[in-house]
Ligand binder design. Structure first.
Ligand code: PLP
Length: 427
């Protein structure tokens, strides 16, 4: 489907007068609409809950508006737990789905009453040790089924090559040990495909996990109370990609639920999700201005953003659609590489991209950066991380994270050193 920016050029230029480019802009209306569509798609399951994957867009203003829509938080680290807590999200509305977890993160999660999801079998002991011998009442386990995992519209996933989760045998053994140690409530989690296309991923994963939940009950006498389908539902980065149909996905999971769990007398299991990309990806954009044009063996548009603002193209060769603001209907007559200023040749937002003829000063709207965009930012080359802005439903704009200043970059230096002290003071 043709992609349009969620804001017009004049309104965007108005914003740029107050907040210089580059910045990430998020669309509150779209984020809320997505949360509501997800909750509606799973409303057949009374216990359904989305735990927003905080790592995708770790901004308290975004996390809070998702919390208003009934979403909890999925956290991977102590700092993400602190962020969730600062947003007023606590207790069982937080899921710690971490891996390679330090003891202090387990302790913080337990103090907050969060649900803890264990990535590996040895963490049963780690958790118990971290908590001084006592386990929480509720523990979730993360399965890695090994082999390969195939659903239509996606390249085969290779769980056997992934670092995440535990084998089925380890999972059964861990449930047994947790039960014997007094744990009374159990969850089951798995995450097998990222940015899954089409509508088949969640239903296929649900079938696998529901079947396993029945076997856990039959073989161990353990009643699993929630199945966490985790993240992975994809977005349409390309105009040729189809948008996931969240209602169809919810209906597909329901069919699996009614096929497998209901006949087994397990129709009280709650479904949890930990979506990140699908919740916010299409609701954000990186706004940047063309500051140079250059022609060598290719034509380049140099922009004022760089891979430090959006790493996915450099890291995964990921496609992000680009709109030249105000030229939405102009003929596509030019082929450009759209590049940032890092001293790294992979700092290219697009290669051989067909666009309208573009001039210095034009604003570019790089689509679908609302998840895993600003979040993955870094400071290489002394690049300062950009601002984040929220376009409110009433059309107003709020600065929800200011751009970094040089003093932020220098703030962690040794302040007892007279040279670095001058830097931190001087900026
Ligand atoms: C990254 C992650 C998510 C979110 O994944 P998306 O692809 O953004 O939906 C959810 N759960 C866990 C454990 C993750 O690591």
């Amino acid at each position: 489907m043709a992609k349009r920016a969620f804001i017009g050029r004049d309104a965007l230029e108005e914003i740029c007068r107050r907040y210089p480019t580059p910045f990430h802009l998020y669309d509150e209306r779209e984020i809320r609409a997505r949360a509501r569509a997800l909750n509606a798609a799973f409303s057949w399951n009374p216990g359904f809950k989305e735990y927003f994957a905080v790592k995708a867009t770790p901004n308290p203003s975004i996390v809070r508006l998702l919390a208003e829509e009934g979403c909890g938080c999925d956290c991977a680290t102590g700092v993400e737990l602190m962020l969730a807590s600062a947003c007023g999200v606590g207790g069982r509305d937080i899921m710690l789905s971490s891996n390679d977890t330090p003891d202090e993160d387990f302790r913080l999660a337990a103090r907050m009453g969060a649900i803890i999801n264990l990535d590996s079998a040895d963490m049963v002991d780690c958790l118990s040790r971290a908590l001084g011998g006592a386990l929480p009442e509720t523990v979730c386990l993360r399965l890695n089924p090994g082999g390969s995992f195939e659903v239509p519209d996606n390249p085969a996933g290779r769980p056997a090559e992934s670092k995440f989760g535990m084998t089925e045998e380890q999972l059964f053994d861990s449930y047994r040990r947790l039960r014997d140690a007094g744990v009374t409530e159990f969850g089951l989690h798995s995450f097998l495909l990222s940015n899954a296309q089409g509508n088949e991923y969640y239903p296929a994963l649900a079938r696998l996990l529901f079947g396993l939940a029945v076997r856990v009950r039959d073989e161990l006498g353990i009643a699993i109370s929630f199945v966490d389908l985790s993240g992975g539902v994809g977005v349409a980065y390309r105009e040729t990609d189809a948008e996931a149909d969240i209602a169809a996905i919810g209906a597909g999971v329901r069919v699996a639920y009614e096929d497998i769990l209901v006949p087994a007398g397990m129709g009280d299991i709650a479904i949890f999700a930990e979506l990140g990309r699908w919740m916010c990806g299409p609701a954000g954009a990186l706004v940047t201005r063309v500051i140079h044009k250059k022609e060598t063996y290719r034509a380049f548009l140099g922009v004022d953003a760089c891979a430090a603002d959006l790493m996915r193209p450099a890291l995964y060769d990921a496609y992000h659609h680009i709109t030249v603001m105000g030229k939405e209907d102009a003929p596509l007559t030019c082929t450009y590489n759209v590049v940032g200023g890092l001293c790294e040749n992979n700092d290219q937002f697009a290669r051989d991209r067909v666009l309208p003829e573009t001039e210095i000063g034009d604003l570019l709207f790089i689509h679908d950066t609302g998840a895993h965009g600003h979040a993955m930012g870094y400071n290489y080359n002394g690049r300062l991380r950009s601002a984040e802005l929220l376009l409110r439903e009433d059309g107003s704009v709020r600065l929800i994270r200011r751009a970094e200043k040089p003093s932020d970059y220098f703030a962690t230096l040794d302040i007892d050193d007279e040279f670095t002290n001058a830097l931190t003071r001087g900026n």
